[in-house]
Design a protein. Structure first.
Length: 143
């Protein structure tokens, strides 16, 4: 943050926002050094490096679908089955996370296991829930 003609105040929050927007440590260092006319003070360099290191530790992996299972044993079965385990991650006892790029393969493996994914709100659920084996299926066709 620019405070006067020759004074800059670095804030970790602003640096984090810059990294989230795609700036690199070198870009910010170059920007500040160009305007400062000299190398950065050690405290500013350390702050920049620290925030830069932190920015590389958490990453956006894209969109995902949260799947709710009827119970924990069903979630464990799906998460550990060879047809589905490489396409999902456990997220608590009854939930699985499927990254968008793996959804088609996950659904295929789930069908091979004998479990379709009920649409959100179907069968009394309020999210896309995997039906338990003892739940009666809904009608396939109407007369």
């Amino acid at each position: 943050m620019h405070t006067s003609e020759r004074t800059w105040r670095l804030e970790a929050r602003k640096l984090l926002e810059a990294f989230e927007a795609g700036s690199s440590v070198e870009e910010i260092r170059e920007f500040l050094a160009t305007r400062n006319g000299a190398s950065l003070p050690d405290t500013a360099s350390r702050l920049l490096e620290d925030v830069g290191d932190r920015s590389a530790r958490v990453q956006d992996c894209g969109l995902a679908r949260l799947i709710e299972c009827a119970d924990a044993p069903l979630a464990a079965l799906i998460a550990n089955d060879s047809r589905t385990r490489k396409h999902c991650l456990r997220a608590g006892e009854r939930h699985l996370v499927v990254l968008a790029g793996f959804e088609k393969a996950f659904r295929r493996g789930l069908r091979e296991l004998g479990y379709p994914i009920a649409p959100a709100g179907a069968h009394g659920t309020n999210r896309g829930q995997v039906m338990a084996a003892n739940e009666p299926p809904g009608p396939i066709a109407e007369a």
